[in-house]
Unconditional design. Sequence first.
Length: 194
Amino acid sequence: NLPQIRAQLTPGGETERMANAFGAPVILNAELREGSLRHYAQNRGIPVLTYEAGEALRFDEWAITPGVRGVLRVMRRLGMLTGEQRRRPPPAAEIANGSSWARAPIDGILRPQVRLGARVARGELLGRVADPFGNAEGEVRSMADGIVIGMSRLPLANEGEALFHIARFDAIEEAESAIEDFHSSLAPPPDPLY
């Protein structure tokens, strides 16, 4: 997953302010799911964010570090921590107005054609799934213009399995720029000795 915040946003509401303070490059305005922790908290007037980033069963430093920084920013915003923020402010985030998953058309081996964070167009080839014997191959295509915010890293795919998560934006250029700014903010500072 590309670092992202998932929240049900009310324009100008506390959840949106917290999401912006967090500093992930993408905010996904997502409906609540019955029985989820977000649903329980929000129905009790408690603003809640979900941070999603990185790969399952991995410690991805590029996902963990911004997550820790984001939690600290939100805690400062809520007055739970005192003191000045030591780092520069987070890059601006863009709010996705929806998302959908492109799914495996057949069982087989996935060969992705795009990378995480890539801008894609409706109908663009995202990857191919081929059976191991070479008898069948299916294309996975984007169902919308957007940005790849999640993708399967497993080579084996089952028919119907979610493979590529595409977020849709009203201002896709700004979203693309926010993701680039986020990536450049993760680059280590140059060594002062050189």
